[in-house]
Design a protein around this ligand. Structure first.
Ligand SMILES: Nc1ncnc2c1ncn2[C@@H]1O[C@H](COP(=O)(O)OP(=O)(O)OP(=O)(O)O)[C@@H](O)[C@H]1O
Length: 227
C-alpha cells in the first residue's frame, strides 16, 4: 500500500540546514496498523507528512496504492488526498460552529459526494463509532475523547485507503486515549483499514501490528511486536 524509498527531507534555515529525514525506506502492506515512534525531533511528523502527501521529500520516491506520487501534478495530488487518504490530528480540527453531523459530512461535501450518499455514510459511520445520539451536539458539548472520535469518523466517512494519525491522543487522558485507540483498532480489524500513526507513548505499542522507531531522521528499528 505504501512504498517509501530513500526519503530525505532537509530544511534550509539559512545558516544551518536541518536534516529532518536522512534516508528512510519502508514498505507498508494493506491492513497494517503501524506505529511510528521515537524521541522528540526524530522525524516522526515529517515522515507522516511526506507519506500523507502533506509535504514533499527533498529526495526519494513514494508510491501509494501503486501510484508514484511524483507523477501527480498539484491538482491531482489534492484530489488524491481528498479521495483516497484520511487524516486525524492531535487538535481534532473540528469546525466549532458546526454540529457533529455537519463536521462529519463536511469532507464528503468538499469531495463532491452526493447529498444522499454523504448523509447515509455519515449516519452509518457515527453509528459504528457510537456517537449517533450526538448528531446535533457542538464541539464544546463533547469531551476531548468524543471530539477525537468525531474527527476519526470524519476521516473515515469516505473509506480512505490509508488513514494517517499524528499523535491523536496527545491531548487526552489515559482513559480517553484508550477509547480512541480501541476505535482505531476496531476500524483496523473490521474494515482492514491501513493506519499509520505517530505516537510517543510506549504503552500504545500494544495496539500496533508493527512499530517503526526513528532516531535522528533514520529508522533504527522496524518490526512486528514479537520480533
Ligand atoms: N518547518 C520546519 N522548519 C525547520 N525545521 C523543521 C521544520 N519541521 C520540522 N523541523 C525539524 O525537523 C526535525 C524533525 O521534526 P519532526 O517534527 O518531524 O519531529 P518529531 O519526531 O515529530 O518531533 P515531536 O515528537 O516533537 O513532534 C526537528 O529537528 C525539527 O526541528
Amino acid at each position: 500500500m505504501i512504498i517509501a524509498e530513500n526519503l530525505t527531507r532537509t530544511y534550509d534555515m539559512g545558516k544551518v540546514i536541518v536534516h529532518a529525514l536522512r534516508g528512510v525506506s519502508l514498505t507498508i502492506q494493506k491492513g497494517e496498523f503501524i506505529g511510528i515512534m521515537g524521541a522528540s525531533g526524530s522525524g516522526k511528523s515529517t515522515l507522516l507528512h511526506l507519506l500523507g502527501l502533506l509535504d514533499k521529500p527533498t529526495k526519494g520516491r513514494i508510491t501509494l496504492a501503486g501510484v508514484d506520487v511524483k507523477t501527480l501534478n498539484d491538482r491531482q495530488r489534492t484530489r488524491f488526498r481528498l479521495k483516497r487518504l484520511g487524516y486525524v490530528f492531535q487538535d481534532y480540527a473540528l469546525v466549532p460552529e458546526l454540529t457533529v453531523e455537519e463536521n462529519v459530512y463536511l469532507t464528503s461535501m468538499i469531495r463532491g459526494t452526493s447529498k444522499e450518499e454523504y448523509q447515509a455514510q455519515t449516519y452509518s459511520i457515527l453509528e459504528r463509532i457510537g456517537l449517533s445520539d450526538r448528531l446535533n451536539h457542538k464541539h464544546n458539548e463533547l469531551s476531548g475523547g468524543q471530539q477525537q472520535r468525531v474527527a476519526i469518523a470524519r476521516a473515515m466517512v469516505n473509506k480512505p485507503e490509508i488513514l494517517f494519525a499524528d499523535e491523536p491522543c496527545a491531548n487526552l487522558d489515559s482513559e480517553s486515549s484508550r477509547n480512541v485507540l480501541d476505535l482505531f483498532k476496531q476500524i483496523n480489524k473490521e474494515m482492514a483499514q491501513t493506519i499509520v500513526m505517530v505516537s510517543h507513548e510506549d504503552w500504545h505499542t500494544e495496539y500496533f501490528d508493527r512499530v517503526i522507531i526513528l532516531r535522528d531522521g533514520l529508522i533504527i528499528s522496524d518490526g512486528k511486536k514479537s520480533d
